[in-house]
Design a protein around this ligand. Structure first.
Ligand code: SF4
Ligand code: SF4
Ligand code: SF4
Length: 309
């Protein structure tokens, strides 16, 4: 496996895109650029279906968002002796209700017998069973390939939860605590605050941030830079430091998706590993620490949380 994504000459000159152009395309700061021949068979064409909600276009390009999680870099934050920073970033960005984890860092046992860490957000499936079963059209897929929930329509039947094979959805049995000022927050499916009792919640790929050219909060805060935001349209991905050609990055590193056999076509890819790039060794079986809530982390509803402005 190739772990160095920072060498611009790694994959030859043929498909190289200028760094300036890459930065302009993805809209976030980055350092090194890599471009290489396409591996189209890896990509699985997007249906890109709109569902009555207008997709957002950034710079005239209709994005097809993906996440790539490099498990060679993810060490569950245990070597830092901290709870997973990605989960805590999600908690604070979205005021995630008590008892929920929209991004759960799981301890997984490999076939070889050792454990590794697997951050699990919503898979943003291209063929999402959750959307198909919703009787009122409250959950839908945007033109950019993100599955959202309109909480003003959600009737709390939880059919979508039963249909989701990834356990990505949670239910607000009680009225969740909202941050001060949430009553006056401008609710949108892209930034669902205030939270409402009797509705379903989940990761929405930080749609309010990507629309603004920002990385998802989890990707931005991962100290190991293990989480990449990708765009199938431009075939690039970045973790905020490295910029890679998405298809090559996936193809050369044996990327896989969870439960592919179900035909859900997840938009989240994993690069196999066990945190080896940051000192997590096979045999080190430490569990992750419990992530802290947004209240414990002192999150407040400020302009950062108002539509990512
Ligand atoms: S993805 Fe990053 S922040 Fe999340 S557990 Fe892994 S190393 Fe920590
Ligand atoms: S992971 Fe679950 S909630 Fe997310 S799009 Fe797929 S089926 Fe729907
Ligand atoms: S993309 Fe945003 S909503 Fe999804 S897990 Fe990451 S921080 Fe949470």
């Amino acid at each position: 496996m190739d772990s160095d994504t920072s060498d611009p000459n790694q994959s030859g000159e043929a498909g190289k895109i200028s760094r300036r152009r890459l930065l302009a395309l993805i809209g976030v700061a980055g350092a090194a650029a890599v471009a290489a021949p396409l591996v189209p068979s890896m990509m699985g064409k997007s249906t890109g279906t709109a569902s009555g909600e207008a997709g957002k276009k950034a710079g005239g390009v209709l994005r097809q968002w993906t996440l790539v999680i490099d498990l060679r870099k993810c060490e569950g934050c245990v070597t830092q002796d901290k709870p997973p920073a990605c989960t805590e970033a999600c908690n604070t960005e979205h005021f995630v209700p008590a008892g929920q984890q929209w991004l759960r860092v799981m301890n997984v046992k490999s076939e070889a017998g050792h454990t590794y860490y697997l951050p699990r957000p919503c898979m943003q499936c291209e063929n999402p069973p959750c959307v198909k079963v919703c009787p009122v059209g409250a959950t839908y897929r945007t033109e950019e390939g993100v599955t959202l929930i309109n909480h003003e329509r959600c009737i709390g039947c939880r059919m979508c939860m039963a249909a989701c094979p990834y356990g990505a959805r949670s239910f607000n049995w009680n009225q969740p605590q909202n941050p001060p000022g949430a009553t006056f927050a401008k609710y949108s499916p892209e930034f669902p605050v205030p939270h409402r009792q009797g509705t379903v919640e989940k990761c929405m790929l930080c749609a309010h941030r990507t629309a603004d050219g920002k990385l998802p909060a989890c990707a931005e805060k991962c100290p190991m830079k293990a989480i990449y935001l990708g765009d199938l349209t431009e075939d690039i991905a970045t973790n905020g430091t490295d910029i890679v050609k998405l298809s090559t990055f996936l193809g050369e590193n044996s990327a896989y998706r969870l439960k592919e056999e179900l035909g859900t076509r997840p938009r989240v890819w994993y690069i196999p590993g066990h945190g080896q790039e940051y000192g997590h060794h096979v045999g080190d079986e430490r569990a992750t620490q419990n992530p802290r809530s947004w209240q414990e982390l002192g999150a407040t509803l400020d302009k950062t949380h108002e539509g990512g402005k």
